[in-house]
Design a protein around this ligand. Structure first.
Ligand code: DCS
Length: 287
């Protein structure tokens, strides 16, 4: 099959030669790829090696060969930030797919496609201060959620449901056991013990999640990587979610029910401050 020369894109009419990705692209047609979102604070990458390690784990899990080494990639991303003269808070989006080839389910013998771009992105300061609402949603995803794959349909459907209900996040559960958020990991604190789902195959092993576990242990909080129920979630003393863009986000209401008094808890606030310090954030949100 040959393609006509002009292709319509969201940016207008262009020739296929000008398209970086033709529409026969594995990421577009199959979600056959993996991605990362990496935080930049005042021009400096946060948790960069952790994200690159996870990218390589994701790629290996889908048998996708990354066409460069971790060190080469890290150097190139740093070069990208320098070229763009990034000084602000920002985020980098990066994806790698199995390439462009005529549509056929089995792997083609073509090189991978890759791109990375940086966009300005402010910290969600008012939300970090006040906390957010969440809803519950069925976790209808597959069993390999540790792979940060481009297949995000269940996640976006859950997030849209949350948005329509005036909530920030959908907390997912499988048969009543909380797994994670649609784009975050979920933590509860009950009687001074911090609980979160173990880093099993059915959740994404969040980079912020790992940092929070370290910070909590250092602070002397008891940490239990144990799954909890939606009932335990609603009865928790404190609830928060974590992600690269949301950091440590207090959850103050779930399905219309207040968590404790409906304000961010002391342990959550402590961890938020510790997180700022660990990330080298200069201007605190919690003065
Ligand atoms: N779980 C899911 C399903 C996620 O999509 C994310 C982050 C996390 C957990 C938290 O992982 P990090 O702590 O490593 O960020 N999702 C990214 C995304 O798609 N946009 O921003 C963050």
């Amino acid at each position: 099959m040959s393609l006509y020369d002009y292709v319509l894109t969201q940016d207008g009419m262009i020739t296929k030669e000008a398209l970086l990705y033709p529409f026969e692209e594995r990421g577009l047609q199959f979600g056959d790829g993996v991605y990362e979102v990496i935080r930049i604070y005042q021009g400096t990458f946060d948790l960069l090696e952790e994200h690159i390690d996870r990218l390589f784990r994701s790629a290996e899990a889908i048998r996708l060969e990354v066409p460069f080494t971790k060190n080469e990639l890290i150097a190139s991303l740093q070069e990208l930030a320098v070229r763009n003269d990034v000084q602000t808070d920002a985020k980098l989006y990066l994806q790698i797919t199995r390439g462009s080839a005529p549509r056929e389910h089995s792997f083609p013998d073509v090189p991978a496609n890759f791109y990375a771009y940086i966009e300005q992105s402010k910290r969600p300061v008012p939300l970090l201060q006040q906390g957010v609402r969440a809803v519950l949603a069925d976790d209808i995803r597959w069993n390999l959620c540790f792979i940060k794959s481009l297949n995000l349909l269940p996640n976006i459907l859950a997030k849209q449901t949350a948005k329509e209900k005036g909530a920030f996040e959908a907390i997912l559960h499988k048969q009543g056991m909380v797994t994670e958020g649609s784009s975050s990991n979920v933590f509860i604190i009950k009687d001074q013990v911090l609980y979160t789902h173990p880093a099993a195959d059915n959740i994404l092993h969040g980079c912020v999640r790992s940092r929070v576990l370290t910070l909590a242990s250092k602070a002397g909080l008891q940490v239990e990587e144990t799954a909890f129920t939606t009932d335990q979630l609603l009865k928790a003393d404190e609830v928060f979610i974590t992600s690269t863009t949301s950091e440590i986000m207090p959850v103050i209401e779930i399905e219309g029910k207040l968590i404790s008094s409906g304000t961010p808890g002391d342990n959550t606030r402590f961890l938020q401050r510790a997180y700022e310090k660990e990330s080298g954030i200069k201007v605190t949100a919690f003065a």
